[in-house]
Design a protein around this ligand. Sequence first.
Ligand SMILES: *Cc1c(COP(=O)(O)O)cnc(C)c1O
Length: 223
Amino acid sequence: MTAADNLKLINARIEKTARKWNIDPRKIEIVAVSKQQPGERVLEALEAGQRIFGENRVSEAIARWDGASGFRKKYPDIELHMIGPLQTNKVDDAVRLFDVLHTLDREKLALAVKQAMDKQGKSLSVLIQVNTGDEQQKAGIAPENLGTLLDYCRNIGLPVDGLMCLPPVDEPPGLHFAFLNELAQKYNLPKLSMGMSGDFEKAIPFSPAYLRLGSVIFGAREY
Ligand SMILES: *Cc1c(COP(=O)(O)O)cnc(C)c1O
């Protein structure tokens, strides 16, 4: 199975599940998570028309997309999404490379992103990562602190478009998706980033803007 074959099957699954829940499947976009995947598999997806890709490390993403592969030159309409934790010292590079940031989770990072965007004259779409499972080792803001972070972003002039979550591996993902959806409605944030290879069909009833899909498209990652 090529990445192109997999994308076709996944799109059919998304469409079928979306219809079942009366959701418009055209509003759901696949972020093809290309981290740690071989270049030839990524090329299969590009050739099949996939244009939105997700990466979790800034330096690896720069090497892949702006490096020798020439992917960005050959496919100038690609849209790159940062889905991993971001350190403030990498923000300038991240703002230069990426179009969407899924993982804003603290004030210091918000300020650095806003300053880099102003400096570069470029604006990213920003989502806040919420630690819905209150897991100590996991990135994301605690749900009870979300309102404060949103106020801070508003005060510094950084628009926030939505919320992202990564449910705990040992809990039913649907509960976390429902919770993230509730938070998004409470704060009037239109875009949800949720659903991965193993659980994306459970995210679809909430009409997510982005499903982040890696292994189901490209196969197991190379470490
Ligand atoms: C790696 C990763 C994914 C993709 O995971 P799969 O299970 O391969 O679909 C999605 N989201 C985040 C934040 C990731 O780090």
